[in-house]
Write a protein that binds this ligand. Structure first.
Ligand SMILES: [Mg+2]
Length: 213
């Protein structure tokens, strides 16, 4: 049987709220800035990484404050831990691909709890004087080319499943053998004629895959 490899977005997919939008709205430039940057990205005047960098730069607060707020207000989909456990039990590699940040993911996904999970994300350098700075994984417009690890997996002969919800997931959705999509990623797949399974929670993804694998 072909070996599977599952890749998942983090913000808005594993978490119920996007942590970057949440932090910019609550501790940075506010909802207006998020709105303005979203518009510039949609109009092609800012790349996704430029937009994210501008949002993070608008935050001049200590990381501790962000951590406390995120822990209080943002949670992960309760279906994700059982989903990750199923992947481990089936020995299906599971990789989290994020256009967001390792330090934020660490608040929600504890390494001890998910030792088999691979996480690829950008790095944040919180700075109260200059605003938070970003170190992106690569020089692509997204700052993290999510399609690249999918291509590498396909080259190894793996069948690739991708789960996502947003703008940074488009390239990966184009490369994946099978896509689970919601929100703007579902719209994108529809426009591009990419077959996808609509989903809302990891419970649904698990139910679907457990019947087949
Ligand atoms: Mg997302």
């Amino acid at each position: 049987m072909t070996k599977l490899h599952i890749f998942s977005d983090f913000d808005g997919t594993i978490t119920e709220k996007d942590t970057l939008i949440f932090l910019t709205t609550n501790l940075g430039g506010g909802a207006q800035l998020v709105e303005a940057i979203g518009r510039l990205i949609r109009q092609g005047q800012l790349s996704l990484s430029e937009g994210i960098a501008a949002e993070m730069r608008s935050i001049r607060r200590p990381f501790d404050e962000a951590e406390a707020l995120l822990r209080e207000k943002v949670r992960i989909d309760p279906g994700f831990p059982p989903f990750a456990a199923w992947c481990e039990q089936k020995q299906i590699p599971l990789t989290v691909l994020s256009a967001g940040f390792q330090q934020l993911i660490d608040l929600f996904i504890r390494r001890e709890e998910f030792p088999h999970l691979e996480i690829l994300a950008n790095t944040l350098k919180p700075n109260e004087e200059t605003g938070w700075q970003c170190v992106f994984r690569d020089k692509t417009p997204d700052g993290h080319d999510k399609a690249a690890p999918l291509r590498a997996a396909k080259k190894r002969g793996e069948r690739v499943i991708f789960i996502g919800d947003g703008l940074s997931d488009r390239g990966a959705a184009e490369v994946a053998d099978e896509v689970f999509a919601k929100h703007s990623l579902a719209d994108f797949c529809r426009e591009r004629g990419i077959n996808f399974h609509p989903y809302e929670t990891f419970d649904e993804v698990l139910k679907h895959l457990r019947n087949r694998f």
